[in-house]
Design a protein around this ligand. Sequence first.
Ligand SMILES: Cc1ncc(COP(=O)(O)O)c(C=O)c1O
Length: 291
Amino acid sequence: MLIYLNGQLVPENEAKISVFDHGLLYGDGVFEGIRTYNGRVFMLDEHIARLYRSACAIALDIKMPPEEMAQAVVDTCAANDTLNGYVRLIVTRGVGTLGLNPYLCREPQTIVIAADIQLYPKHLYEEGMAVVTAGTVRNHTEAVNPCIKSFNYLNNVLAKIEAINADVMEAVMLNAQGFVAEATGDNIFVVRGNELLTPPAWAGTLEGITRQVVMRLAKEKHGMDVRESMLTRYDLYTADELFLTGTAAEVIGVTVIDKRCIGNGRPGPWTLRLAESFHALAAGTGTPIKS
Ligand SMILES: Cc1ncc(COP(=O)(O)O)c(C=O)c1O
């Protein structure tokens, strides 16, 4: 595998960064997870734009124009023949001292890994997934705002541990006020009649790119009444359908939450329709990897 590291494609065993990098020492950095489908990078511009917004929010000057970053993603996919895969794009704060001061880190490190991912087993996409609500609350928006896609995933890891300890694969996180935020690596949607509801960013959720695509498809293609809304556990327990979205997860139905069955216990018709429309769009759009 060839890894993009600061402008060069190097073999995996040569792709190394310093133990003094603040990405490692302090979780000081930002990243993106991006998918490729049929030889195209899906929603590349949107991912690059979010990366730069995350960097801006933590006062990290990437020192590389977004167009060059996008090209680095495409080139790494081409070099590895990642035509149907998953890309991890990482920008670390760079090498600094053992103190926190990020301004002493002069050179951000840019890494692109083009590989693959299977977040949940395939059969769960047909059968639906069981989740729990976590006791760990999602980061406060005035602490590390969940809109920042930073290396600081410990908040999510703690909730993931709760899920695994409860023998399920995913946890839904609430915010400090008790409103629904998101899952540990996915956004959450409630279907109620013809309505499609999802928490707004200020509930403490990442503005997911899959979320954005699904909201658009639901409104424009399926005529659903799509709204951002503060949601409580009541809304989850009484939903007609529940599903999660994410670049890695794509669209997956949730059929059990806190041991309560949703609908008839199978992924619902809207979930399946939206998943199908999502895959149709993903299969036919995106930035070509090889011209
Ligand atoms: C915490 C969190 N929420 C939501 C998402 C979904 O976002 P996207 O659809 O952009 O992958 C992700 C995945 O990146 C995530 O890590």
